[in-house]
Structure formats: C-alpha cells, structure tokens
Design a protein around this ligand. Structure first.
Ligand SMILES: Cc1cc2nc3c(=O)[nH]c(=O)nc-3n(C[C@H](O)[C@H](O)[C@H](O)COP(=O)(O)OP(=O)(O)OC[C@H]3O[C@@H](n4cnc5c(N)ncnc54)[C@H](O)[C@@H]3O)c2cc1C
Length: 493
C-alpha cells in the first residue's frame, strides 16, 4: 500500500485524507495545533460554542460531492438549514436591507433602497450566472501547461461578460446608489481583494451567495470538521495533533518523508501539504530544492488581507436580528484602501456580524446567545501594532453594535475572546497573518497562474487548500482536494 503524509488538518487536508484513504492509500495527517480544523476552528467554553473562522456554507454541493465520492451521504450525517435572508446589510445611517434568497423578495427589498433597481437586479444576477458558469470551467481542472488555460471560446465569453473589468465599476453599472453598490460588491473581500481592484469575474460569488443559497449546519461549521474526523477514524486515517512538521525530507529529487519539530522522522511515498503554500516552500523545503520558488519570488507574491475577530457570549438573545449581517463603513473606499493599499488601521471598520443562536440555540446556555464579529483588516505586511490596535478595533465594533443592535449590549457580555492577524500567523503559520487564505486572487494568482498542486522540482510533493488552485474559501478547498487526489491517483496507481 502506498503511504501518504498530509501536513495540516485544515478542511483541505482532511478532505484529501478521506479521498486518498478511500482510494487505498495509507494516510497519516500531521497537525501542529492541538485541535484539527485549521482556519475552520471552534471555541467551546462556558457553555458557548463559536465557529472561529467560516460560519456559512455556499456551494454546498462541493461537500455533497466529497461525501458521495467516499460512499457517504452528508445529509444523513448532518442537518443543514438554508438561510433567509442570506444577509441583513446595515448602513452607516442606521438603515438596513435584507438580501433574501427569493428573487421576488430581494427585488422588493432593492426597490425600497433604489426605485427602479429591481429590473437591473435581475440583469445583474443573470450576468453573475454567466460568470459563474464560465468561472467553474476554470476552477474544476488541474493545470499542467499554459495551454490548459487557452480556450478561445472562454476568452471570448470572458470579454462578453465584462469579467475583465473591475468589480466595483461593474456593479456600479447596475446600481446607482452607494448602498446597493456596497451590498453587491463586497464579496471579493473574502478572496482577499478590494472590489475596487478585483476582476468583475468575482461577482460570481455574489451570484453563488444570492442565487444558490447559504447553508448553516446544525452545531456550526465545525460540526462538518467533527464529522470528517469521525469518518477519518472509521476509515483508518491516522491523525496526529500537536505534531508540527519542521522539514520535508527530500533526497535524489524526491520526497522521502518529513521531520517533526520533535526530531522524529516519518517516511512516506508522497507528501501533501495543506499548510499555507508559500510557508511550505519557504519554511519546510530547503532552498536548494526549489528553483521555481526561491524566497524572492515568494516575497513578491500578492498576499490576501487579514481580519480581527471578536466572539461575544451574552446573557440575552436577539430574536429581532438576522442570522447573518454586514455593516459597511460610510466611506467604503477609505476602509478598503486602509486594508488593501496603505495597510493601516481603518478608522471606521466594516464588519461581518453573525447571530447563529437564532437558528441554533444549542450554541449557548438557555436565554443566552453568541455574537461573532469579523472585520477585514490589513495583513502583517503593514506595521499595525496589534497590542494597541486590538482594543481600538474592539471599541469601534462595540460602539457600532450599540447603535445597530442594543444600546446596553456591553452590560450583557458575559464572555469574550478576540483573534487578531498575529494569532493567525502564530496558530496556523498563516503567511503575513492572512485570514481567509494566503494568496490573493489577482489575475496572475488565479487558475494556471496560481501555484500548482504539484511541486515542479520535487517528485512526490503535492499541495491542497487555499494556497493552490482553485483558491480561497471552503468550496474551493473542497474542489482542490478532489483535484489533487485525481492527480495523485493518476500518478501513483
Ligand atoms: C474568519 C474567517 C472567516 C471565513 N469565512 C468563510 C466563509 O464564511 N465561507 C467560506 O467558504 N470560507 C470562509 N473562510 C475561508 C476558509 O475558512 C479557508 O479558506 C479554508 O478553511 C482554508 O482551508 P485549508 O484546508 O486550505 O487550510 P487551513 O485551514 O489554513 O489549514 C492548514 C492547516 O495546516 C496546519 N499547519 C501549518 N503549518 C504546519 C506545520 N508545519 N505542521 C503541521 N501542520 C501545519 C495549520 O495549523 C492548519 O491547521 C473564512 C476564513 C476565516 C479565517
């Protein structure tokens, strides 16, 4: 039986472990942290349970596919609720709009903000559907040579759908008000890109959110990780936590195994790294073996943004709120420029607000609730000092919450924790403390141009997760696990 070591028990590492084991490999997963999950992690304390990273599933079918491919049915093992509305969007003037998953309800809501916008909403969603179909063609394939990208028909369609334009300008063609432009352009932030710089292509994410639905698994996203761990156990995958890998052992141009920080060496026929790809090359592969990824190339890459997270346990519930909400800073551009350009602390932070207890009361003791706040922030390439910045951001977020949700909110906080870019770097070896994934999704870091899932210089070294193609976010990571497994099965059968 061929043996595989997977470095990292993030979602991509676990999905690859299940797929390779199903294909007959002997699989060991080595995770540096005490608990698996990577960026999709959990806090369980004082009767509160918080998803620390992702909170909502889009493109659920990518998870359905993983389970089906290993002979399971995800809907028999986990219970999912489709959210409606997908989001409540709060604006700086205290007004809000609910982004419903029914197009008729969404059109009504949009009309309330911008009379006459309903028809343009349908055009916008239609354009998003075309981009989605086009984008999926680039997303679901392994790349070996640039000609794999060359598809004249796709190139023509790309131009026809304005995918090459900037996202914010594209959205502005459909919506005239600042409010709707914000509400339909922010999604690229989750790929680590400002909507002012991102390709309009990425309005396919807006389409996926609005038209294909957003799903909440009972128990939160970490219940998926827990179920993957249960499956790994049933299938005979070995998972070792508290096991940081220090070096990938390479001899005669091929992988021989890994050396742990403890000094222990483990042999394997092949190694798949789920740790951040630029980190893996720089920290785990000796420089003499990576002519294609020398330090200077890795340093020049474009890194995604980070985030500040605040998790609150409260002694009351908020039934009038929605499950998911967003707050947009009045000066959207200044907020985005601070995050992506000047890499300074935003003065008025936009943030994502989650009130999951409304769907799932099991996350908190009776009469209590949890709130999750995520504010996109510059990564550690800027020189923000997080020891002094964290209390400032916390204050900004709590002040906004008092305006939007409850003027007495602070009196109801009975438990809290925060997580900063420094924590991302320390806990997950996230390069520059990036939150959603390490490498931003500019044109030259997407599809063929994103680092490949197989090392060119080293036989037997593969990658899975957000650092390789297709990229950032749980559905993309699921597809990445499928792609790398197909490649390995072809090469090692
Ligand atoms: C706050 C936040 C909100 C998000 N929201 C969403 C969302 O709503 N929807 C969505 O789809 N996506 C969301 N994402 C993005 C999504 O969570 C990630 O893109 C995805 O989880 C990345 O998974 P991965 O398998 O690529 O790697 P990771 O989760 O980064 O896992 C890599 C693992 O490797 C381990 N590791 C690193 N170095 C070593 C070493 N030397 N030895 C051993 N192990 C090592 C790390 O500890 C980690 O466990 C969010 C992310 C964050 C942080």
């Amino acid at each position: 039986m061929k043996s595989a070591i997977i470095i990292g028990a993030g979602m991509g590492g676990l999905a690859t472990a299940l797929r390779l084991r199903h294909a007959g490999f002997d699989v060991t997963v080595l995770e540096k942290q005490p608990r698996p999950g990577g960026r999709s992690n959990v806090i369980e304390e004082n009767g509160f349970r918080f998803d620390m990273g992702p909170t909502i599933l889009v493109m659920k079918e990518t998870f359905d596919t993983l389970y089906r491919d290993i002979g399971q049915d995800i809907d028999e093992r986990l219970s999912f609720t489709r959210l409606d509305p997908n989001y409540r969007v709060y604006f700086h003037d205290g007004t809000h709009i609910d982004l419903h998953n029914s197009m008729a309800d969404l059109a009504e809501a949009v009309k309330g903000v911008e009379p006459g916008a309903a028809e343009r909403l349908f055009q916008f969603i239609g354009a998003g559907a075309k981009k989605y179909a086009l984008g999926m063609d680039f997303v679901t394939r392994n790349y070996d040579r640039i000609t794999d990208l060359a598809n004249p028909l796709a190139g023509w369609k790309l131009l026809r759908t304005d995918s090459h334009q900037k996202l914010f300008s594209h959205v502005s063609r459909y919506f005239k008000t600042d409010k709707l432009r914000k509400a339909f352009s922010f999604h690229s932030m989750f790929l680590g890109l400002s909507p002012f710089d991102s390709l309009a292509m990425y309005s396919l994410i807006t389409y996926a959110d609005l038209a294909l639905g957003m799903w909440y698994p009972q128990g939160g996203i970490y219940s998926i990780i827990e179920d993957m761990l249960a499956l790994a156990d049933e299938m005979g995958v070995t998972i070792c936590t508290d096991s940081p890998v220090e070096e990938i052992i390479i001899r005669d141009g091929g992988v021989k195994g890994v050396r742990l920080a403890s000094g222990q060496e483990m042999q394997a026929d092949l190694v798949v790294s789920n740790a951040d790809l630029p980190y893996t090359y720089k920290a785990l592969v000796p420089a003499e073996y990576r002519q294609h990824y020398p330090d200077r190339r890795l340093d020049r890459m474009e890194y995604a943004c980070s985030g500040y997270l605040l998790y609150l346990g409260l002694d009351r519930t908020y039934p009038e709120m929605q499950h998911q909400a967003l707050y947009f800073a009045e000066d959207y551009r200044a907020n985005l420029d601070a995050i992506f350009k000047t890499r300074t602390l935003p003065t008025d932070a936009s943030f994502h607000l989650n009130n999951p207890t409304i769907t799932d009361p099991s996350l908190a003791p009776d009469g209590h609730s949890v709130l999750y706040l995520l504010a996109p922030m510059p990564n550690l390439q800027g020189d923000v000092d997080w020891a002094t910045a964290a209390p400032q951001v916390r204050e900004q977020l709590l002040s906004q919450l008092e305006k939007l949700v409850d003027p007495d909110l602070r009196q109801h906080i009975v438990w809290e924790r925060e997580f900063t870019p420094v924590d991302f770097e320390r806990d997950y070896n996230a390069v520059h403390g990036t939150a959603f994934g390490s490498l931003a999704h500019g044109l030259f870091q997407s599809a063929y141009f994103r680092p490949h899932n197989k090392a060119r210089d080293i036989d037997g070294l593969y990658f899975v997760g957000q650092g390789t193609y297709p990229g950032i976010g749980m559905p993309m990571v699921m597809i990445s696990a499928d792609l790398v497994t197909e490649r390995i099965k072809n090469e090692w059968r």
